[in-house]
Write a protein that binds this ligand. Structure first.
Ligand SMILES: Cc1ncc(COP(=O)(O)O)c(C=O)c1O
Length: 407
């Protein structure tokens, strides 16, 4: 893979004017092609992270780039005071691939989830429930606004930001009796809100049967089933949306990340039960639904479809999973290698944050989440050969790490 022209901005270490909210690696990425990126020193990396499940089409996609250039030249932004035909185009496509009925556009995952939470509360109020409550999950991650961090099931994300927003009831994942228990005792519940595969929580899949049980319970109780597909959606698991493997449909589906292949975008897609909940004046955003983001969404979905990237994610995901499992077979410190399609986690028996820098030193971008889980979320254009290269770089690093005396 040949490098395109590097960007003109040199590295500034350690970015003294940028608030220190991330533990950043001392690497500045400047440009990319396909599944490869380069840094300011000209070093090349295989992108096993995809900007945390964002770069659906990799970097510099030859069909996306000219489409976005064309859109930038036409119009980047216009107000939602006016009709935006590209919004309708993208909304219609999202309804077609999800089987749902309507879309609200925003700019990020947390915004999509805020929209979902507002829909749930308003849905409750419309039905005469003055203090609506929403069932949420242990180890969940829904974002870092005050409401979404309150829905998140990770005390580290919440610490220092109390008082948390109320109206959430927390249960463990995949424990249907726990949800039934809430149903029997709490008349204020209006919705169940969960990720189909928990991402930040450590690549924890929701069982198919559990999802079906939730769907049936929500129908019985007139609750909204709200599935956060921000990380696991948009083709990553080999279907458009991860819940489609269970043959069910949600009532509310927030999504973001991969929808714009890197252009910021979010969307809340709703089914018939939630379609009439929000009306004029109930919700809004200045940037949401702007023509540039909409074009990115339209082109991303078109390219995913035409280049058959759902099938690619499933097939190449199997290659990657197979190579990781066989490479790590018999390693005592490996608790489990799990996931679906191109959303894969390797759970170790100890914290492994140091692997981030070591992988980068070896020319591979990864993430470590929930302290002990190496996470891979590469672009959906990943080839089988690149999948084998990821495994060939990662497996020896993990083995070496596990052979070290515990820190
Ligand atoms: C499942 C899930 N929901 C919501 C979010 C928040 O998205 P954003 O960072 O775009 O606000 C994330 C981000 O990682 C996520 O994984």
């Amino acid at each position: 893979m040949n490098a395109p022209e590097p960007a003109a901005v040199p590295r500034v270490d350690p970015m003294p004017h940028v608030l220190n909210t991330y533990g950043r690696l001392p690497i500045a990425l400047t440009h990319g092609r396909g599944c490869w990126v380069w840094d300011t020193d000209g070093r090349r990396y295989l992108d096993g992270l995809g900007g945390i499940a964002v770069n659906t089409l990799g970097h510099g996609h030859p069909r996306l780039v000219p489409a976005l250039q064309d859109q930038v030249a036409r119009m980047i932004h216009c107000s939602n005071y006016y009709e935006v035909p590209l919004q309708e185009q993208l909304a219609a496509k999202l309804c077609e691939i999800s089987g749902l009925a309507g879309v609200f556009f925003c700019n990020s995952g947390l915004e999509a989830n805020e929209g979902a939470l507002k829909i749930a509360r308003k849905y409750g109020h419309d039905r005469g429930i003055e203090r609506p409550e929403i069932i949420v999950y242990e180890k969940a991650f829904h974002g870092r606004s005050i409401a979404t961090l309150s829905a998140t099931g990770n005390p580290k994300v919440q610490k220092g930001f109390e008082p948390l927003v109320g109206g959430f009831v927390r249960v463990p994942l995949n424990d249907f009796a726990a949800v039934q228990g809430v149903a029997h005792t709490n008349p204020n519940v209006v919705a169940v809100f969960l990720e189909v595969i928990q991402g930040e929580g450590g690549i924890n899949p929701t069982r198919t049967e559990y999802l079906r049980q939730l769907r049936a319970l929500c129908d019985e109780r007139n609750w909204l089933l709200m599935l956060d597909e921000v990380q696991c959606g948009l083709g990553r698991t080999g279907r458009w949306f991860a819940h489609q493997w269970a043959g069910i449909r949600p009532d509310v589906m927030p999504m973001a990340k991969g929808l714009g292949s890197g252009v910021p975008i979010g969307a809340v897609v709703v089914g018939p039960r939630a379609l009439q909940v929000l009306g004029p004046g109930n919700h809004g955003t200045t940037f949401g639904g702007n023509p540039l983001a909409m074009r990115a969404g339209v082109e991303t979905l078109r390219i995913v479809e035409e280049e058959r990237l759902l099938g690619n994610a499933a097939a190449v995901g199997e290659v990657l999973m197979g190579a990781l499992k066989s490479g790590l077979a018999g390693e005592k410190g490996v608790v489990e290698v799990r996931g679906q399609g191109l959303m894969i986690g390797i759970e170790l028996d100890r914290p492994c944050g140091v692997l981030l820098q070591r992988a980068a030193d070896a020319g591979l971008l990864i993430s470590v989440t929930a302290e002990r889980v190496v996470r891979l979320l590469p672009p959906l254009i990943l080839t089988a050969d690149e999948a084998r290269q990821i495994a060939a770089l990662l497996v020896p690093l993990v083995r070496r790490f596990l052979a070290e005396p515990a820190a």
